[in-house]
Design a protein around this ligand. Structure first.
Ligand SMILES: Cc1cc2nc3c(=O)[nH]c(=O)nc-3n(C[C@H](O)[C@H](O)[C@H](O)COP(=O)(O)OP(=O)(O)OC[C@H]3O[C@@H](n4cnc5c(N)ncnc54)[C@H](O)[C@@H]3O)c2cc1C
Length: 563
């Protein structure tokens, strides 16, 4: 797919991107929007076009990544015509009959949030992005494997050697960006790898047919909870159990992606490391999922796995004109689908640094600052996952944790990204104290969830409607508001205050099961006994499974906005 018509030039390129996966291709397009005249080349090992469906993992998007693809890069039409809309994240906890989805506590929604997200067929999207690059005069050289990198000190061009069509060739460039995914070319060369204390594994596979999640129960009440639209399959469906979760993600090409993510200590990798073992494991832990997968060998498109998938780095941006983006930098955990978010945030920092450098602006201070912000987001995210997998079967604690984690995500990182403040040093400086306080609050609440888990009783089977919580719907919708700087700061302050009220309400619910000690300072906002934010689900979270009636059911909550 190399654009052979482009005349070879001996002048150093402005930017050379190593790896043309999701991160590399989108970075090239973002750079092109900012620097129409820049010379940009991508070297990609795989030959294009790549296959649809069975290409890469990373198919579910959440708000930042989705907004980056559709609004920042302007690819909404591709998503509307060639990908599937995502009906949010949907969780089924392990508290019911594991052969009947309708008997498990469910957390999700039946309406699309205003800030939309998508299920992404990665092969289809990367083929589209590569074509877009060629249309925009970005040189995309496929079937080209990077063999060597010489990073020069500031002022001299870097040199990269690659193999293509049986030849070895060299390119020089002012900037080199590593987007080689787990190959981590620069990270290895510079010894930047850093371990994280989160040990988990994953396996995944694709069938070339749909899995009809909506047919998994014949219970009419369960169907009615989904507004009888039979659209649960459009969600990223999570089956949650102690130390694991199983995903089901539909793809626009007609395939269905299935994955198991599990804590190494509780479910060793050796128990899921082949298709047969994964099915045997499902029979034990998720029998209904196993039944849905049995007999589909002919439909199987691939089977892949990763042991100990989480890792970090000590640096991702350098004022010596190199950077790492996507999985070439760091990767945490797929639970909240943040991979595309980190690509969006990382590419936005890199685009800004390269743009300023090409304008001969000094970038040293910004480079240091962007490294700090990137790793602050990363560390805050890490606290959501570290030591949290044992909680996964606990419907009460996990429901509140998921609500908290999303409220925090929309209030802080998503807000900075959507409102164009991610490279605005002044906004960060003004908000620093409030952000530090909310970071502390987040770590404290995460600790509370871990402590609470051992003491939280089972709840009666119920359906918790996340978009039905008015404050959640509003937080999500507010991401789309155009805000100038003063409006953004005012919104941030109001939403951080809302987070502290939410923390108080969560603490007040935890006080049902935990001694008050250790909750001081958290319970204050709900001290009047009112649950202004969580009020509509408090009864559901407090109901015990002993009553004769089987179900608390969905609580009807008015939802604002279009359905
Ligand atoms: C189990 C699991 C589930 C996940 N689920 C999600 C999810 O639901 N949502 C989400 O957003 N993210 C998810 N992710 C993360 C997501 O997969 C990554 O964020 C994303 O794929 C990273 O894209 P990338 O471009 O950095 O890397 P890649 O897509 O791997 O691209 C790197 C490219 O570099 C090329 N390359 C490698 N070496 C060389 C070389 N020497 N020369 C030239 N080219 C080279 C490769 O061929 C490849 O095309 C998940 C990750 C895991 C592990």
């Amino acid at each position: 797919m190399d654009d052979a018509a482009a005349p070879p030039s001996t002048a150093p390129l402005d930017v050379l991107i190593l790896g043309g996966g999701l991160a590399g291709l989108t970075l090239a397009l973002q750079l092109r929007m900012r620097r129409p005249e820049a010379t940009i080349t991508i070297l990609e090992k795989k030959r294009h076009p790549v296959s649809e469906a069975a290409h890469k993992v990373g198919e579910s998007s959440v708000e930042i990544g989705a907004h980056y693809f559709t609004d920042v890069l302007g690819e909404l039409e591709h998503f509307e015509q060639c990908q599937l809309p995502k009906l949010g994240l949907r969780y089924f906890f392990g508290d019911g009959d594991l052969t009947d989805l309708a008997s498990r506590t469910e957390l999700g929604g039946n309406v699309f949030f205003p800030s939309r997200s998508w299920q992404i067929d990665r092969g289809r999207f990367e083929n589209h992005l590569a074509r877009r690059c060629l249309e925009r005069s970005i040189r995309f050289i496929d079937a080209a494997t990077v063999r060597g990198i010489e990073l020069a000190p500031r002022g001299s061009p870097h040199r990269v050697t690659y193999a293509a069509e049986g030849d070895t060739r060299t390119l020089s460039a002012r900037w080199v960006v590593d987007a080689s995914g787990r190959a981590g070319l620069i990270k290895r060369k510079r010894g930047l790898a850093k371990a994280v204390g989160h040990k988990a594994n994953a396996v995944w596979w694709r069938y070339d047919r749909r899995i009809a999640i909506d047919d998994w129960s014949q219970d009419p009440a369960w169907a009615a909870q989904g507004n009888n639209q039979r659209s649960r399959w459009l969600s990223t469906v999570h089956l949650m159990g102690k130390g694991y979760w199983v995903w089901f993600i539909p793809l626009a090409s007609g395939s269905h992606s299935v994955g198991i993510v599990a804590d190494e200590g509780m479910h060793p990798f050796s128990t899921i490391s082949s298709y047969d073992k994964a099915l045997a494991w499902l029979r034990v832990h998720e029998p209904q999922a196993a039944s849905a997968c049995e007999g589909r060998e002919e439909q199987l498109q691939d089977f892949l796995g990763l042991k100990d998938y989480s890792y970090s780095s000590t640096q991702v941006y350098s004022d010596e004109r190199w950077a790492c983006t996507g999985e070439a930098g760091a990767f945490l955990d797929p639970f909240y689908s943040p991979g595309s978010d980190f690509i969006a945030m990382g590419n936005t920092f890199i685009t800004d640094l390269i743009d300023r450098d090409l304008r001969d602006e000094s970038i040293s201070t910004r480079t240091a600052f962007y490294n700090t912000i990137y790793f602050t987001f990363f560390e805050n995210h890490l606290s959501l996952y570290e030591g949290q997998m044992p909680l996964f079967d606990n419907a009460k604690v996990m429901a509140l944790k998921i609500i908290w984690d999303f409220a925090y995500y929309w209030t802080v990182p998503a807000a900075f990204f959507f409102h164009g403040r991610q490279t605005d040093l002044m906004s960060f400086a003004r908000a620093k104290d409030a952000l530090d306080r909310s970071g502390l609050l987040n770590r404290r609440i995460q600790r509370l969830f871990r402590d609470w888990h051992a003491r939280a009783p089972r709840i009666r089977r119920t359906f918790i409607d996340i978009p039905g919580l008015a404050f959640m719907y509003d937080l999500n919708r507010g991401l789309k508001d155009p805000l100038d700087e003063p409006q953004f700061m005012a919104r941030l302050a109001a939403n951080l205050q809302l987070l502290s009220v939410l923390a108080g309400e969560i603490a007040a619910l935890a006080a049902d099961d935990l001694p008050a000690a250790g909750l001081e300072g958290l319970s204050e906002p709900a001290g009047d006994g009112q649950f202004r934010l969580l009020g509509s689900i408090v009864a559901q979270l407090r109901a015990r499974p002993d009553a004769a009636s089987a179900d608390v059911g969905a609580v009807a909550v008015p939802v604002r906005g279009a359905r």
